[in-house]
Design a protein around this ligand. Structure first.
Ligand code: ZN
Length: 250
């Protein structure tokens, strides 16, 4: 008999699953607000229409579901055969009919949710490998999906903003991004502070760093490479004429 509730009883993980499910519901709402013709319009991502975003989010759910299946069975099933195959799949998906595109999103989201729900409690710690080559426990798939649905709901360019993203998700995102910079050594001289929370991240060791400040949503938006609206940059207390672009993170 198939379970109707999550197998995991870990409260932290259950909370994370909730954020992923809320993000998926939010993305679904933004997608449903768009007409079929509206799918053809530009997204906020250069070179991508809204169709590309929906296609990517659909195939992303399938790719993450493969990692969850890997954790469940021990049989290696990578996210994608190759980065090229991933890109090709997105391009192909963007050409689907509006109905097929919406079905791709709906069905893949349901499938992923079932894989999460039915993953036995102990299998959440099994290791899988992401497309970037990181070896992570299956629990990480929840965050991987969470950031995708929330950020790309904004990228749909249909009215959602970073202010719609829950605070715990924004905080996790900022830690994730600044952690990636640190790993790559690209955060040198860059200090991030938020006015709405007391977060200080980035390079805390350099004297006289460039300080990026704004509300948590604004700073997270900037850090995710999505413009510098409502963000200021200062050095030595003096505002800089131009806010530098954030280093790449993904
Ligand atoms: Zn993405």
């Amino acid at each position: 008999m198939v379970a109707r509730t999550d197998q995991t009883t870990d409260p932290d993980l259950q909370e994370q699953l909730l954020q992923a499910r809320r993000g998926t519901a939010f993305f679904a709402r933004k997608l449903n607000e768009l007409t079929d013709a509206g799918l053809d319009a530009d997204s906020l991502l250069p070179g991508w229409t809204r169709r590309h975003i929906v296609s990517h989010i659909g195939y992303n759910a399938r790719a993450i579901a493969r990692l969850v299946e890997w954790a469940a069975t021990g049989i290696e099933t990578p996210m994608y055969p190759s980065p090229e195959a991933r890109d090709h799949e997105i391009t192909f998906g963007a050409t689907l009919s509006p109905t097929a595109l919406r079905n791709l999103f709906d069905h893949s989201a349901v499938h992923l949710n079932v894989e999460w729900r039915d993953l036995p409690a102990d299998a959440w710690h099994h290791k899988v490998r992401t497309i970037q080559g990181r070896v992570v426990p299956a629990t990480e798939t929840v965050w991987m999906r969470t950031r995708e649905v929330w950020i790309h709901a904004v990228d749909l360019n249909s009215g959602a903003t970073f202010h719609d993203i829950p605070t715990p998700v924004l905080e996790h995102l900022l830690h994730d991004i600044t952690g990636a910079w640190k790993t790559r050594g690209t955060d040198h001289g860059l200090l991030i502070t938020t006015t709405s929370t007391d977060l200080t991240l980035g390079d805390t060791t350099t004297d006289n760093p460039t300080v990026i400040t704004g509300s948590l949503p604004a700073v997270a938006q900037w850090a995710a490479g999505r413009g510098h609206t409502c963000v200021t940059a200062t050095q030595d207390g003096t505002p800089l004429a131009e806010v530098p672009a954030a280093p790449k993170w993904i």
